[in-house]
Design a protein around this ligand. Structure first.
Ligand SMILES: [Zn+2]
Length: 214
């Protein structure tokens, strides 16, 4: 495997929902310069980074990370990512997502729930586990051959978000195409992040003002 620095450390989890962070693993749409899920091992790294699977589960999947089966799962990963983007980008624009995309999401969601278990508070945690309601939540026990396990929490998150919303709070950054759930009090979030696109916009407006002033 190619040794590389950990570019994930610079990837912001700005989506406020696991499925939206998953869609945001392309740095830019429609013409991305960086794909954070360019290989199956990167998918595993991201799952741990985003907290969708516990580290122990990710470790169990690593031995087969370079197998042909893993390559097939990577292709499935990219399809699911496109589906999640298609569905929630439409919603962010106030449109009804296409039925074919919702159908694909529905299939992925069904696969996820088939593999999910309800577990008590003592079970190894993941980001999708409930933190209230008595401490019970969903977990995904992972066997080493279940290479599509990283997609389960993501598909589940996407399905729950689509069914439970709040859909009027889903936005898309006008600059980079990242999706987010707006959890600000007033619901006025516009950018993926004030550290990147928001500040770039602020700079651009500042320079325009400077030019006008000069
Ligand atoms: Zn952005």
């Amino acid at each position: 495997m190619i040794a590389q620095a950990h570019p994930l450390a610079r990837l912001e989890l700005a989506g406020n929902a696991l499925s939206l962070d998953f869609a945001n693993t392309l740095n830019y749409r429609p013409a991305p310069a960086r794909d954070y899920l360019a290989s199956y091992p990167e998918l595993l790294n991201w799952s741990e980074y985003a907290g969708s699977l516990p580290a122990a589960a990710v470790r169990r999947l690593r031995p087969l990370a370079d197998s042909p089966q893993a390559a097939a799962v990577l292709a499935e990963t990219h399809r699911l990512r496109d589906t999640v983007f298609t569905v929630f980008s439409a919603i962010a624009a106030g449109r009804q997502p296409g039925s074919a995309a919702v159908e694909r999401l529905s299939d992925a969601y069904a696969g996820a729930t088939r593999n999910a278990r309800i577990a008590g508070a003592s079970a190894a945690g993941s980001r999708t586990k409930a933190t209230h309601g008595g401490g019970y939540g969903l977990t995904w026990p992972v066997e080493p051959h279940q290479l599509d396990a990283p997609l389960w929490p993501v598909a589940h998150s996407a399905g729950e978000l689509l069914m439970s919303g709040p859909l009027e709070r889903i936005g898309e950054c006008p600059s980079c195409g990242w999706l987010f759930l707006d959890t600000s009090r007033n619901g006025t979030r516009r950018w993926c992040s004030m550290a990147t696109c928001g500040s770039r916009d602020k700079m651009a407006r500042y320079h325009r003002r400077q030019r006008r002033a000069g």
